[in-house]
Design a protein around this ligand. Structure first.
Ligand SMILES: [Zn+2]
Length: 337
């Protein structure tokens, strides 16, 4: 049941920048007013309001959805789970959920034998025609993106023409394709095939040369860096050079894998800053930019008319980013978690 409430004298991060102290009114699931704080005292604001976080790479089945929501993630996109178990992931007391369904992979490819992956997480692909069928299966089950897993360190990978068939079929259905690229060669194949997003940036320690970074930027490829899960200097440096070249980065963690917490991952934000992003840009990548990337224009901002997906933290993340680790209040669609 959505409530009406007022957040008085909160410092606001509006999805793109910090805008000062405001009173914010929530009504009927939406933000109805954002006005300069009447009670602003001389002392620093005690609390900061941000849009609920949008995590573009999770495996939600490893946590109770309610814990993830209370941790500040109000929208999550699951990037690999068996079709017949997707119902486990959606919960009224959890984040709003988008999902890929299965990970499309070569026969015997990652994650078909991965210890973490429940049976059916991988959809093994025989050839280009089967790739098109597999995309149709995920789309029929409500997938909002198609995930491919290409990791030569953990098994066979799909040939370029098979990846191309995945992209063509997905794009014809209005779906984007995100790829797990376990080595540089798979990044080249992804670029040639029209893959839209890298689910882990490059998931190896090889250097991406400048020409490829330029190609990624020109192709408007989105990088979801997932740095915390493997914060190697090489991966941070590749991300830094992509950011410096003007590349589009969206926050995602691979939540579900240890040691990532359910909820906002402060360490991921710290690593994004280390990769050259201003704190405000990292927060935007986790709110307004992530929402826009996922086609969810109704959220990710603190402004009148926006969906009331909210995180309130004690203190100010500009003084201490770890303020985000334990939200004082989280609301999804105006309903307090
Ligand atoms: Zn993942």
């Amino acid at each position: 049941v959505s409530e009406s409430f007022v957040l008085e004298d909160v410092e606001v991060f509006d999805g793109t920048r910090f805008t000062g102290r405001h009173d914010v009114v929530v009504d009927d699931g939406l933000i109805s007013a954002v006005t300069p704080a009447r009670a602003a005292a001389a002392t620093p604001a005690a609390r900061t309001l941000l849009p609920g976080f949008v995590d573009a790479h999770v495996h939600l089945g490893f946590f109770a959805p309610a814990d993830v929501l209370r941790g500040g993630v109000t929208t999550a996109r699951d990037l690999g789970w068996p079709l017949e178990r997707l119902d486990e992931l959606g919960a009224a007391d959890g984040p709003a959920l988008l999902y890929a369904g299965q990970m499309l992979t070569a026969r015997g490819g990652y994650p078909s034998r991965a210890a973490w992956a429940p049976r059916g997480t991988a959809r093994e692909i025989r050839d280009a025609a089967d790739a098109r069928a597999a995309v149709a299966e995920q789309a029929a089950r409500g997938a909002s993106v198609v995930k491919i897993a290409q990791d030569p360190r953990a098994g066979p990978v799909m040939a370029p023409e098979v990846v191309r068939a995945v992209c063509d079929e997905a794009h014809a259905r209005g779906l984007r394709v995100t790829s797990h690229c376990g080595a540089l060669e798979q990044l080249h194949i992804a670029l040639d095939a029209g893959v839209d997003e890298l689910a882990h940036g490059l998931w190896s320690d090889e250097r991406i040369d400048d020409g490829i970074i330029e190609r990624m930027v020109r192709a408007r490829m989105t990088v979801v860096p997932t740095l915390h899960i493997d914060p190697s200097p090489e991966r941070i440096e590749n991300t830094r050079r992509f950011v410096e070249a003007g590349g589009h980065v969206v926050y995602g963690t691979d939540m579900g894998n240890p040691p990532l917490p359910p909820g906002i991952d402060v360490e991921e934000l710290r690593l994004m800053v280390r990769a050259g992003m201003a704190l405000g840009d990292a927060l935007a990548a986790a709110t307004s930019c992530a929402a826009a990337h996922l086609g969810l224009e109704d959220r990710g901002r603190i402004e009148p008319g926006a969906r009331a997906d909210l995180v309130v933290v004690n203190g100010d993340p500009r003084d201490d980013i770890s303020a985000l680790a334990h939200p004082a209040l989280v609301a999804r669609g105006g309903v307090r978690a």
